[in-house]
Design a binder for this molecule. Sequence first.
Ligand code: BJW
Ligand code: ZN
Length: 252
Amino acid sequence: MADVPLLTQASVALAQAKRIVCLTGAGISAESGVATFRAAQSGLWARFDPQRLASQAGFAADPGLVWRWYMARLASVEAAVPNPGHLALVALERVAPAFTLVTQNVDDLHERAGSRQLWHVHGQISQFHCNRCHAPHALQPDERTHAEPPICRSCGGHIRPGVVWFGEGLPSVALDAAWRAAEACEVMLVVGTSGVVYPVAELPQVAQAAGAVVIDVNPQHNPIAARADFFLQGAAEVVLPQVIEQMRAQGQ
Ligand code: BJW
Ligand code: ZN
């Protein structure tokens, strides 16, 4: 198929697959206005490194800074709407015999777009619990503007968002499901991740080792693209609708 464009070849692989896994990262929500992690941050947060804030050490050093960072990001997620990249994955889920979406994103844009079979392996920014006793916490409207995190009524610990920080384990049910799906899929479609955060960055290799075709969609070259069978260089909101269009043209 040397003369056939990569996008067509990748679309054929997807159209022929019975079991597809899609792994998404921050890039799929970029067009919706949700900042990615490793692009230059702007405005208020330009001076802070997300990799340092997203950790127990960062929270212990300055709980107020981390709380305000998450409240600003929660507001940005709530103001965002799904983009054509999210919608294309909903269309793919509808035509694929078996489809599993694994997202590293803590936003809810996949759900709001209409995706159903979805695992959040890095948690969700809109859920809160105590950092000490793990009791769940319902965020109150006034707490969004507090300079410091709310205090747990049970134990006096700090309330934090339900996301996975560096050095913390991933939710085991979601991680196990993602691993099993990767081992069993015929095609893994990777979208908008820099592929540097483990253990999730291993998933494409797990799939490839089990015989799957790996397709990477990203405007930038990255470690997953380097090993992928197909690297579709471009933005998710542009490339994914083209893939769906190609699949439809092939009679899917
Ligand atoms: C577009 C686009 C467009 C732009 N369209 N694309 C093995 C080896 C080495 C290290 C480790 C290892 N195992 C564990 C570790 C340590 C650590 C780790 O991975 N460190 C590396 C960074 C070195 N991992 C952990 O600590 C994990 N825990 C763990 O493994 O527990 C057991 C353990 C602990 C300690 C030691 C050993 C074992 C936990 C990781 C938790 C990650 N959490 C975060 C924060 C979540 C909370 C929050 O939101 O604040 O998750 S970090 C951050 O990175 C976030 C993301 O989900 C994650 C991945 O980022 P992502 O999605 O790839 O975003 P970016 O910004 O990096 O990339 C965006 C991409 O989009 C770019 O490529 C752009 O080009 C592209 N793009 N526009 C398509 N329009
Ligand atoms: Zn508590």
